[in-house]
Design a protein around this ligand. Structure first.
Ligand code: NAD
Length: 248
């Protein structure tokens, strides 16, 4: 990417899709900050090893804590300068059929996956508008497009991200800020590792490309939308699902 080196903040940055996004954004020339829960020493070391040779630093951030997010962003602004690119990647699942879903399972999923998008965009979008440049990418899910058994909470949160994306895209378009979402299908990460093998095989049978996706497949789409030359692409949802759900 030409010109000044842009600063990118990736939430859920040490997760499967997050870390690959950090690596690819850094390889594209951005200065990257991965924001995630503190994690244990082993996880931190593993992340540092994976990011070796790339301009990726880490900041501890719980996206469900707005005051903590504000403090972390102030620290990033001091060390790196203002954030130009925001990737909202933090996400969790707490699956249960509605009949058995607790209020807490609902609240946790909405808080991490959707409320956090409000928090982070609220903290960063105004500055992007003032500076006349910004890229925001929200990591949604195919299950937000189609719904999924046992995921009323997750599907609602991920579909909500699309509505948010389209609305904010309209609000900030004149200011050089784009807002898009990426909807992964089934990707090989910790999130899908817990899915029973027989269910995985059933899903795989429905994927026209015949393979589960890799974090790199998703990161490539994110980097594309974050490119300086992608300024005419806004309010878009980019599915990365191997053809699992084909629509227009
Ligand atoms: P992952 O579990 O490897 O990564 C998620 C990351 O979010 C983790 O690093 C976790 O620590 C972080 N996180 C959770 N709660 C947080 C909080 N309160 N504050 C800050 N960070 C928090 O899973 P992944 O597959 O890499 O998921 C990344 C994103 O992609 C998520 O939003 C997920 O919903 C979405 N997604 C994943 C798949 C898939 O098949 N893996 C499919 C569709 C969408």
């Amino acid at each position: 990417m030409a010109g000044k080196r842009r600063v990118a903040l990736v939430t859920g940055g040490t997760g499967g899709i997050g870390r690959e996004t950090c690596r690819q954004l850094a390889a594209a020339g951005l200065r990257v900050v991965a924001a995630d829960l503190p994690g244990d020493d082993a996880r931190q070391q593993d992340f540092a090893l994976a990011m070796q040779g790339h301009d990726v630093s880490f900041v501890a951030m719980d996206v469900t804590d707005p005051a903590g997010c504000e403090r972390a962003i102030a620290a990033i602004s001091a060390s790196h300068g203002p954030v130009d690119v925001l990737v909202n990647g933090a996400g969790i699942t707490r699956d249960a059929v509605l009949r058995k879903m607790s209020r807490d399972q609902w609240d946790q999923v909405l808080s991490v996956n959707l409320d956090s998008v409000f928090t982070l965009c609220k903290l960063l979008a105004e500055g992007m508008c003032e500076r006349g440049y910004g890229r925001i990418v929200n990591i949604s899910s195919v299950n937000g497009q189609t719904g999924q058994f046992g995921q009323t909470n997750y599907a609602a949160a991920k579909a909500g991200m699309h509505g948010f994306t389209m609305a904010l895209a309209r609000e900030v378009a004149r200011k050089g800020v784009t807002v898009n979402s990426v909807s992964p299908g089934y990707i090989r990460t910790a999130m899908t590792a817990a899915i029973p093998e027989d269910v995985k095989q059933q899903v795989l049978a429905m994927v026209p490309t015949g393979r589960i996706g890799e974090a790199a497949d998703v990161a490539r789409a994110v980097v594309f939308l974050c490119h300086e030359d992608a300024g005419y692409l806004t309010g878009v949802n980019l599915p990365v699902n191997g053809g699992l759900f084909i629509s227009f």
